[in-house]
Write a protein that binds this ligand. Structure first.
Ligand code: C5P
Length: 301
């Protein structure tokens, strides 16, 4: 019997370390990218249809492209091409991850659609094959499939799973409007000018803190090389970061390429306090609380 529809739940991510090397000849940057999947989710449902079609629901649905530029559409087309079939599905995205926010929401939808179509069509693709397609779709897409915690090398797609010894409690402040990832990388290069850029390396102190499940040690070790560029393009982020720090966050940082800002708290209770203070600060559009690490893309129905 063929399934009527398949739903996959996919988490957002925060980068606890984002070390960025110099620009490569192909335009990308080599990274040491330590990803943590956090409990904010998009749900991607695929249903057999006459032809490929995407719909989206959720508070920011109007900002989501519904054409072939959507990574979910590209994922369905890539899998269909590989298995010589039509991408004849309706993809519905129930969106809860901030759009263009530096939390890999688009990548999550790509990984979700890929896993959902794979289950719907029963292709029998191996995990390696799915990861290969993910890497073709975008640098962050393999991590959205895998979840948990991982070190991403290369442009972020070459993953090594990492151990986490406990749960980390985060608060995310969602900014008004998005930031373009290529624009943030370009600004990073511009700010660095002619400076010599060392090869990006994962911080041993950070990996130890993850392994120990120690939020204070993790807070002391987090870093994001894209943060100066995101702040340069969106100076108002300084005020959001300051509000979270004042409220007692152990660490305050831009999430990935921004403009979402991420605050590490010492406990779930502390996270709620930081969230309340950020809501009252008037320095952001919305505030979300989420813990990690959580599992990657998972079939839920
Ligand atoms: O791989 P993805 O499509 O997510 O990348 C979007 C853009 O971000 C790239 O076109 C590039 O400008 C920038 N990028 C980069 N180095 C990386 C990842 C992304 O320069 N490692």
């Amino acid at each position: 019997m063929t399934a009527e529809s398949v739903t996959v739940r996919v988490p957002a991510k925060v980068n606890v370390q984002l070390a960025v090397g110099g620009p490569r000849p192909d335009g990308f940057h080599d990274l040491a990218n330590v990803f943590l999947a956090v409990g904010l989710y998009d749900e991607v449902t695929v249903t057999p249809a006459e032809s490929l079609r995407i719909t989206c629901s959720g508070p920011d649905a109007d900002q989501v492209p519904l054409d072939a530029s959507n990574l979910a559409a590209r994922a369905a087309l890539a899998l269909a091409a590989r298995y010589g079939r039509a991408a004849d599905v309706h993809i519905h995205i129930a969106k809860d991850i901030p759009v263009a926010g530096g939390m890999a929401g688009g990548s999550a939808d790509g990984a979700g659609a890929l896993l959902a179509c794979d289950a719907l069509w029963g292709t029998g693709a191996s995990r390696e094959e799915l990861l290969e397609i993910c890497a073709e779709l975008g640098s962050d897409v393999p991590f959205s499939l895998v979840g948990g915690a991982a070190l991403g090398r290369g442009r972020g797609e070459l993953l090594t799973p990492l151990e986490t010894g406990g749960t980390f409690d985060w608060v995310f402040a969602v900014a008004d409007g998005g930031l373009s990832t290529p624009a943030v990388y370009r600004e990073c290069d511009r700010l660095r000018g002619e400076a010599e850029i060392p090869a990006p390396e994962a911080s041993e102190a950070l990996l130890d803190a993850l392994r120990a499940g120690d939020p204070a040690a993790l807070a002391a070790a987090v870093s994001n090389d894209l943060q100066p560029a995101a702040i340069s393009l969106r100076p108002s982020l300084e005020a959001t970061l300051a509000a979270g720090t004042e409220a007692g966050a152990l660490a305050a940082m831009v999430s990935g390429s921004g403009p979402t800002t991420a605050f590490l708290a010492g406990s779930a209770g502390e996270a709620e306090k930081v969230a309340d203070a950020l809501r009252a600060s008037g320095t952001c559009r919305a505030v979300r609380v989420a813990a990690g690490a959580v599992a990657g893309a998972t079939v839920v129905g």
